[in-house]
Design a protein around this ligand. Structure first.
Ligand code: NAP
Length: 303
């Protein structure tokens, strides 16, 4: 039997529609809209396309959006001064510095200069600490893990008491999603195991998972026989495995594969995310959700 597809591209549309409606309501009642600034240093083509997508999405939701593009030779001092300016700007609720930064700039120094209450990416150590404490302490869960949790919940998967196995322990995906799923909270309350390259029996752990979250960056790492029949499989991996010519544009485009052997896994899993079109579309969506949250915190609206 074929698994139910968890389509991030459809769930994204639902969430964006909810955000847009809330933005309209808040604007009507308080005369305020969420403000998001995206700071881009240099002209890295991939960064430009990510920033453009973020700006377009913010714009489509009725946000006040500022795209602040700076030259590649901007000094670290000048970037810190720019962040300080936006930290103090009342119209801005979220500050996003597009990574990677040029080599002469210390990324850690820059990210920790962002006011934690405007850190909608959720990478500031204060927000990492808040995530660990859980409950009402949490302000901005990092966007990709927040998107993963939305996919799990909105696909109707039961999380309370579920065995969750997370493959990967990166600071941006593996660790935060593991912490989020183990919290005593709605959409969580799971029993979590984190596996990595030091794990002795990767397959054995994966086979126990009611919910298997894979963020390793290794195409096809998870074999179909590692999947418990009926499990919910969230494939975070985005791996370029080659190039093909786009039928639409006639230009070369990358062939993307996840960390799970999708074609075989979908015959065993109960539900599964495709790559592309699964977790990918959720990250920017959750950035928008965090920016709206930031305004709500400021206005004292319950989140
Ligand atoms: P990362 O920083 O490279 O971390 C990968 C993790 O997987 C590490 O903890 C590593 O273990 C573990 N791992 C790697 N190979 C393994 C193996 N053979 N067996 C067991 N564990 C293994 O990667 P990341 O930033 O978390 O990203 C992971 C994947 O998700 C990538 O494909 C990335 O492109 C994708 N991603 C997608 C989105 C999105 O769709 N929006 C966002 C972020 C990331 P060790 O710690 O032991 O080295």
């Amino acid at each position: 039997m074929s698994a139910k597809l968890i389509k991030g591209s459809e769930i994204r549309e639902q969430i964006l529609a909810e955000i847009k409606k809330e933005v309209e309501d808040i604007k009507a009642k308080y005369g305020k809209v969420p403000g998001l600034v995206t700071i881009l240093v240099g002209e890295n083509p991939a960064s430009i396309s990510y920033v453009t997508l973020k700006v377009q999405t913010a714009h489509s939701l009725g946000f006040h959006e500022v795209q602040d593009s700076q030259p590649v030779d901007l000094s670290e001092e000048a970037l810190l001064a720019l962040i300080d300016k936006y930290n103090k700007d009342e119209s801005i609720n979220g500050i996003l510095v597009q990574l990677p930064l040029p080599k002469h700039i210390n990324e850690k120094k820059v990210l920790t200069a962002i006011d934690p209450d405007k850190d909608v990416d959720g990478f500031h150590p204060v927000n990492v600490g808040r995530l660990m404490i859980g409950g009402s302490e949490v302000k901005f869960p990092p966007c990709t893990p927040a998107g993963i949790q939305e996919l799990i919940v909105r696909s109707g998967t039961v999380t309370k008491g579920a065995e969750v196995v997370v493959v990967g322990r990166s600071n941006i995906v593996g660790k935060p999603i593991a912490v989020m799923m183990m919290q005593k909270a709605k959409g969580a309350d799971s029993t979590v195991t984190v596996v990595h390259t030091g794990t002795k029996d990767l397959a054995g752990h994966c086979k126990r998972a009611d919910i298997l979250i894979v963020a390793a960056g290794v195409p096809g790492l998870v074999k179909p026989e590692w999947i418990k029949p009926g499990a919910c499989v969230i494939d975070v991996g985005v791996n370029r495995v080659g190039e093909k010519v786009s039928e639409k544009t006639g230009k070369p485009v990358p062939i993307l594969r996840g960390d799970v052997d999708f074609d075989a896994a979908k015959e065993i899993a109960g539900s599964i995310t495709p790559v592309p079109g699964g977790v990918g579309p959720m990250t920017i969506t959750m950035l928008m959700a965090n920016t709206l949250k930031s305004l709500k915190f400021k206005l004292g609206i319950p989140v």
